[in-house]
Design a protein around this ligand. Sequence first.
Ligand code: 0RA
Length: 645
Amino acid sequence: MATARKATYTASDIQVLEGLEPVRKRPAMYIGGTDQSGYHHLLWEIVDNSVDEVINSYATQVDVTLHKDGKTVTVADDGRGIPVDVMAKYKKPALEVILTTLHSGGKFEQGNYLHSGGLHGVGSSVVNALSSKLLVEVRRDGKRHQQTYARGNPTSALKVVGPVRGRGTTLTFTPDAEIFGEKLRFDAELIRERLETKSYLHRGMVVRFRDETVSPAAEATFLHEGGIAEYLPKLIAERGKALVPSSGGQFCLARENGVRLELAMCWTESTDEHVLSFVNGIPTPNGGTHEAGLRSGMVKAVRNYIDTHSLTPKGVSLTAEDIREGMVALLSTYVLEPQFQGQTKGRLNNPEMVATVDSAVRPALEKWLNDNQSVAEAIVGRIVLAARAREASRAASLAVSRKGVSHHLNLPGKLADCSSTDPRESELFIVEGDSAGGTAKQGRDRRTQAILPLRGKVLNAEQASLDKVSSNKELQDIVSALGCGIGPTLDMAKLRYGRVFLLMDADSDGHHIATLLLTFFYRHLRPLIVAGVVHLSQPPLYRIDVGKETYWALDEADRDRILKEKVKGNAKPSIMRFKGLGEMEASELKATTLDPKHRGSIRVSIANELETDRVINDLLGRDVSARFKFIMERAGEVAGEELDV
Ligand code: 0RA
């Protein structure tokens, strides 16, 4: 840390000053309001003073107690103790000056104190002014000093009440009901959270919280040697997001010029970005210049890594948003003279912080990516995925809005719709070919099952230009029938069917079409897959009659198993192989594929988005049969229930 700290502090270092009436007249000016948040602000101010002693290595521990009444709190530290020597100019102890005058405090900004909140020195007198009762105890020079206050005024002189070991300051106060009303109480859960967060921000600091509003009193000790790197996994778990495998990293940077910075970050599979930032240990929920610096430095570092390792994807350009998608970061910065916007310090305004953080983050992150190449690869994969998804949905939504398709009114002509309009019971079967479509229409339950026959092959959504995809007739028909739209404007609430089945021949052409359709759903209608709407029908390839019994086999292996198990003695089974769905009777199709009670199907799900994306890219561009093989292998593994694409 570049800041020089003065070894001693004298009464002459206190700068002053103003009485406390303005605070009681306009409390909101000082604590943001007299609501629940302002009430707790009093406590944060006092806690931050003690935390400052820890940050500056004068104290090791902060103890907070919430007393039984829920309105009185005690904050104790083992720091230097607030000075008690009499100030010549005021003829009062420094402690009393600090607690009774506004803007008093050490000349912190002149560099003898690295402080947390930016309002300190102001803090304790503001708290005193707004408390109906305040008791301060200072342990210094082997003596225990005490003084009491009410609404900012001393109610006793500063007294030595006895000998003491060690040093430190303890403040006990009750927010004034005249200011805050009778109803407000401290919220133990809020305090616990705030204290725990502090303990992550200042590694090694011991924070204890004792809640006496419950019996027996609840005690918690917070100590996180790992600092914010330990906080990151907790944050992600709280938000319930899956981590991009091993994309976590931590960068701790020390900077000259009084700027200290710590950063822990990783990427999740969620599409939103989440940055939690702090200035001098105080949360900045509205971000500010330090966050802007993080974003720009991070994007530059990742871009540079992609460029130098020739990882630039073909056919898609990466935007800053793609790079930031799914990012979770904890940024803790220290600023000597922080300028905050608003009374509650929600946003950092120091303009120099953009460049400061940017130039700290960029080289550190780049080095880290180079040192952790496999992690870097996962991160880049994640980013390319974001870019592809963005381009796909943009093109798709453009095409749809250009055509002005009204999904409800513009149902495709060849759709044999069901009579029910309740998506919970309605199903759509997308069927390969007109002849199979005809069979399916005969075998379906007209009330709940709709049939959409597809002619020939659909377009390869992976290879074709995005524009072509959305103007492809077969794909457009699917979108119109579904009714939910596509891309960013997709609205699951408008989806007309609760289940969608892809019903293709059990041959290689059928496999190919299923693959292309899955690609289309994956790229353009992904929420349907995520919601578990999309299924692959499993029509049988063989019908086996043994005596009066009929068995259906999905493939050769299935056929052989049935023959072995079911054909006893010299019974003569009759085996029939369907060349396509069109060869089946409507009743057969119904019994094996359409009827919910007997049909076989696989629900399509995305087990691993990154992996899926890679597979689709690798395989579908060139070798579609390999891609299908992949699907079928996986289908076998999951025994006809779930298919992970
Ligand atoms: C001003 C000067 C010194 C210490 C403190 C304030 C101080 C304030 C608080 C508030 C809570 N706990 C605190 N502990 C210390 C420096 C005194 C010296 O140089 O000895």
